[in-house]
Design a binder for this molecule. Structure first.
Ligand SMILES: [Zn+2]
Length: 133
């Protein structure tokens, strides 16, 4: 299942980011999912929560944010069309309404870690004490 490998990559990055902040656990993980991807958000959240067990991400709240597609053309045309002719999530073939050239989808295909929330660094002593209670 595609979502497993995507979730695994996102979890790795979230844990790395948490370590960079000196945190040993993650409160929340936010993922950006473009509407032009073929990733199912619900499956992705489920996979992430499942593989996070036993890691710093265990118990983290997983949120998803939908990213609307943006197509641009060399002529300067740029838009966020509602209907890109997405079929099965494949990259759309959108023609520029101004000049007829093929446009490039610059947003909407991402599926990546947007942000994480970790316990406040200043609270770490208190957090540890709470956990030991
Ligand atoms: Zn154009």
């Amino acid at each position: 299942m595609h979502e497993i490998s995507v979730a695994s990559g996102i979890l790795d990055r979230a844990i790395t980011a948490a370590e960079e902040h000196g945190a040993d656990r993650i409160d929340a993980i936010t993922i950006e999912i473009g509407r032009a991807t073929h990733v199912n958000p619900e499956q992705l959240v489920f996979c992430l929560e499942t593989i996070a067990d036993g890691t710093a991400g265990e118990g983290a709240t997983v949120r998803t944010e939908t990213v609307d597609p943006v197509a641009v053309c060399d002529c300067g045309w740029r838009d966020e069309p509602d209907d890109l002719g997405l079929v099965g999530g494949f990259a759309p073939d959108v023609r520029c309404p101004e000049c007829g050239e093929r446009t490039e989808l610059v947003r909407g295909r991402e599926c990546r870690l947007a942000s994480i929330e970790v316990p406040e660094a200043g609270d770490r002593t208190e957090q540890t004490a709470t956990q030991e209670r």
